[in-house]
Design a protein around this ligand. Structure first.
Ligand SMILES: [Zn+2]
Length: 307
């Protein structure tokens, strides 16, 4: 196919990746406006590697302001988007608009990350949420913490055996006093990887709560990506399938929350799950109360609940 090989933005020379991203007059202006210091001899004329290397090396350069050091991927992205806009739609943002957009994209990203730390983990979506204050349902406290009055907490433990490709899953349902109402254990075989095990385990626990007609439930698990993805699906597009599937079942609950636990706060559920993979206990069950072999651990957590 005969096409014009010149850069459609500056008409200057043959268009290459390096030209578009670094040496095109359009790119140069955008880089200049974002404030990133150019290399002393300017961006390398022929090597994308050299130029990216320069940016990566400076991510730890404390002489550059924090934002400049970390925001360069957004600049690259915006230059690339601009090039495509010009090629396919015949439109183009000015260098000034582009630099402005880089700032906006970057700020949006930083805000989204903050959101995960401050809201996503400790508190669920606003519509299902309750105040995180005073209930001790955050993940910062050491050891298990009980749900507020009228809520139930379902801790989910998942243990993965990479050698045998199977997972042990367990959930433990407790009230605000730390009393174990029910617990369940199940093995899942023929799974492809740990991620699948985490998701299957979570879905199984949610479905179980639904079939036991538990309302107002806080799901606690140790899988950060799933907790974040379900709380903020927009910020986690690659987990869209998981967050949508979970969302379909969660909408049957009157109120729900999903929070991140750590190994100390999720100990009971994890130990039950681990008994599946450690001792190959493949038999599933649901039963009232807690397993007798964990008497001591549960007693400690009940005591924590009455603190
Ligand atoms: Zn050009």
């Amino acid at each position: 196919m005969k096409i014009d090989l010149r850069c459609q933005l500056c008409g200057d020379e043959d268009e290459s990746v390096n030209h578009v991203l670094f040496t095109c007059s359009m790119a140069r202006q955008i880089w200049a406006l974002t404030g990133i210091p150019s290399p002393s001899w300017g961006f390398h004329n022929g090597s994308v590697f050299n130029n990216i290397h320069y940016l990566l090396m400076n991510t730890t350069n404390t002489l550059w302001p924090h934002e400049l050091r970390l925001s360069f991927p957004w600049t690259l992205w915006r230059i690339w988007k601009n090039r495509n806009l010009a090629s396919f739609e015949g439109k183009c943002f000015s260098p000034l608009e582009s630099a402005q957009k880089v700032k906006e994209d970057w700020t949006e990203w930083v805000e989204a990350q903050k959101g995960d730390e401050e809201i996503g983990l400790v508190n669920g979506p606003e519509t299902h949420g309750l105040s995180p204050l005073g209930h001790g349902i955050g993940n910062r406290r050491y050891g298990w913490s009980p749900p507020p009055l009228n809520w139930f907490k379902c801790n989910i433990g998942i243990s993965w055996s990479n050698r045998n490709k199977f997972a042990g899953c367990a959930w433990v349902l407790r009230d605000h006093l730390g009393k174990v109402l029910l617990h369940s254990r199940r093995a899942f075989v023929r799974l492809s990887d740990k991620q699948e095990a985490h998701f299957i385990g979570l879905m199984w626990a949610i479905e179980s709560m639904r079939s036991h007609r538990v309302e107002n439930v806080i799901f606690g698990l140790q899988v950060e990506s799933l907790v974040k993805a379900i709380n903020r699906p927009i910020a986690w597009p690659s987990f869209r399938y998981q967050s949508m599937e979970a969302g379909l079942v969660l909408k049957f609950f009157r109120r729900w929350k999903i929070i991140l636990e750590n190994s100390s706060s999720n100990r009971c559920a994890f130990l039950i799950a681990k008994s599946v993979t450690n001792d190959c206990r493949l038999q599933s069950y649901v039963t009232v109360g807690h397993p007798f072999w964990l008497d001591g651990v549960f007693a400690v957590e009940r005591a924590l609940a009455s603190d």
